[in-house]
Design a protein around this ligand. Sequence first.
Ligand code: HEM
Length: 283
Amino acid sequence: MKGFGVAVLMFMLLNLAITCNAQLRTGFYWGKCGKNSVEGLIRGVVQARLQRDPTVAAALLRLQFHDCFVTGCDASLLLDGPKSEKTAFPNLSVRGYDIIEEAKLLLERTCPVPKTVSCADIIAVATRDAVFLSRGMNYRVQTGRRDGFVSSAANVNLPSPFITVKASIDAFKAKGLNKTDMVLLLGAHTVGITHCPLIFNRLYNYNNTRTKDPTMKDTEFNAWSKLCPNPSSTNPKDIATLKKNKPIALDQTVGSIKTSRRSQRSPRHRSSFRDRPIDCWHR
Ligand code: HEM
């Protein structure tokens, strides 16, 4: 079940820690917000959003990855500023900032002590909830992260969608993640949206051949070319999007990212899921 896979991805995502002090724990916020359940409040926000937009799980998965890959899971992606991480090119299409903000505002209004809950924890909990509520697996999230104060576009070293598998392996390795982790995490591309200009090349002019990528099956081509029919479009807003009311399991973005495709094809990179304890990333 793909939803399950996506949920397990989150274990791995939380496992992005290179250095890790065992200070995170489940239930870190118990009793810290009066009689209210911090995780219950976050889940309420995510649930309401999901009812309006079933693509929320994909948005939050990507948001968490983009935050964690750069200077750890410290919510530095959320900080505003003329040259903050948010302004870096790969983050311009990240969605879901407003969901984290809504949850943060609710917690600030509800908890007796201000600034009780970190944004980094809100991201981790909200993403888990979005995965679970989209028919993925439920899992415990350890909390107690602190938010970072430094956010610089110059630190954003996210892999480009056009890099080779080797370069991608190296980028993940630099974060302490091995090939298995990488392949597993790239499985997140089974959900979500992509912008059509990113896949026109594979659909209509692969390596300047004026035809599709030969490794793409006809069924795949037919589906994608219906979603992105206009190869001459330069409109960055053209989006191949998740159909309304589809659950998380819809295979959507997977065909779009070259690295994902290549790494899935390569037998070297086939791997099975491994259960690992959730790690922490406490700064
Ligand atoms: C080599 C690494 C990666 C590359 C090059 C990559 C690249 C991309 C690109 C280009 C998009 C489309 C963005 C758009 O058109 O708006 C995308 C979407 C997405 N990515 Fe990745 N990605 C990578 C790794 C990951 C990882 C590790 C995760 C999560 C664990 C992830 C989760 C997602 C999700 C869920 C979407 C859909 C987002 C949405 O619906 O708004 N990606 N990625």
